[in-house]
Design a protein around this ligand. Structure first.
Ligand code: SAH
Length: 284
């Protein structure tokens, strides 16, 4: 039976209505589901974390290839459905929690102890709830955790922001944060018709591989600089930094710092690449 038929059956059996508030768009396209699992390169040595398993359409593919899977789903209604659908499996743990409140590392450690196995990699694989994509990505990137790979479905527009170039409207905080922590690659665009119900936008699968290429004196200051530079992205960057009180520096001090880094004092935030942002911090 294909995923579309399985989904229809589950929806009828449990009388499910997709909950908009939780961003529920169920993926029903088997080609795309297979593509995600292949792109995530899941092996028996991996601990996979799936955010928002929903009815379990992507989960079914993950459980068949991963060593162990941690499922985190906020909607209580989905919990019984998932336990029913996967009663034959013993390689998963299902938590009824909000991903933004979960300490993934702590639970991953508990799983390793319980399973008496040290997993080679911790990978996140998910069709994300779009209303909280950015907070989830920031959490996965910034938390000190063991996650090595993130393969997720997001809105296409968000995927484009993650891999944007300087001097474009897509280039911004998300671009710089992703570039600082990872290598990013858009895998495939996904049409609305691959979901039920159909979302309002086209989607894309993106792969983020953790890889810190730069050393910076203070990450905290770097992130503050990036956020405050783009707080008013149409202004000159110096003015945005001054009015948002970056490190409590005066305009004069910021100008001197830019000059020291060979950066034109009239630039806007979107004109500087990550190396230049890091240069600013390392020259403070
Ligand atoms: N993976 C499924 C469903 C994707 S829809 C599929 O591809 O078919 C997004 C899922 O994320 C829904 O099941 C929704 O209930 C869940 N979700 C929404 N907000 C969440 C949160 N804060 N924490 C965990 N799961 C959440």
């Amino acid at each position: 039976m294909n995923t579309l038929s399985k989904t229809k059956k589950i929806i009828n059996k449990f009388d499910i209505k997709a909950n908009k508030r939780y961003g529920q768009n169920f993926l029903i396209d088997d080609d795309i589901l297979q593509h995600i699992v292949r792109a995530a390169d899941i092996t028996i040595e991996d601990l996979v974390v799936e955010i928002g398993p929903g009815l379990g359409n992507l989960t079914e593919y993950i459980l068949d290839s991963a060593g162990y899977t941690l499922l985190i789903e906020i909607d209580k209604k989905m919990i019984d459905i998932l336990n029913d659908r996967f009663k034959e499996y013993n390689n998963y743990m299902l938590l009824n929690e909000d991903i933004l409140k979960v300490d993934i590392d702590k639970i991953a450690n508990e799983i390793e102890i319980k399973q008496n196995t040290k997993y080679k990699r911790v990978k996140v694989v998910a069709n994300l709830p779009y209303y909280i994509t950015t907070p989830i990505i920031f959490k996965l990137l910034q938390d000190e955790n063991n996650i090595s790979d993130i393969t997720v479905m997001v809105q296409k527009e968000v995927a484009q922001r993650m891999v944007a170039h300087t001097n474009t409207k897509d280039y911004g905080i998300l671009t710089l944060m992703v570039e600082y922590f990872c290598d990013a690659k858009i895998e495939i665009d996904v049409p609305k018709s691959s979901f039920i119900p159909e979302p309002n936008v086209t989607s894309a699968v993106i792969c983020l591989k953790k890889n810190r290429k730069y050393s910076v004196k203070s990450e905290k200051l770097l992130f503050e600089l990036i956020h405050k530079a783009f707080a008013q992205r149409r202004k000159k960057m110096i003015n945005s930094l001054e009015s948002n009180k970056f490190n409590n520096m005066t305009k004069k001090e910021i100008e001197q710092l830019f000059t020291k880094c060979n950066i034109d004092i009239n630039v806007r935030a979107e004109q500087l690449d990550l190396k230049q942002y890091i240069d600013i911090i390392n020259n403070m």
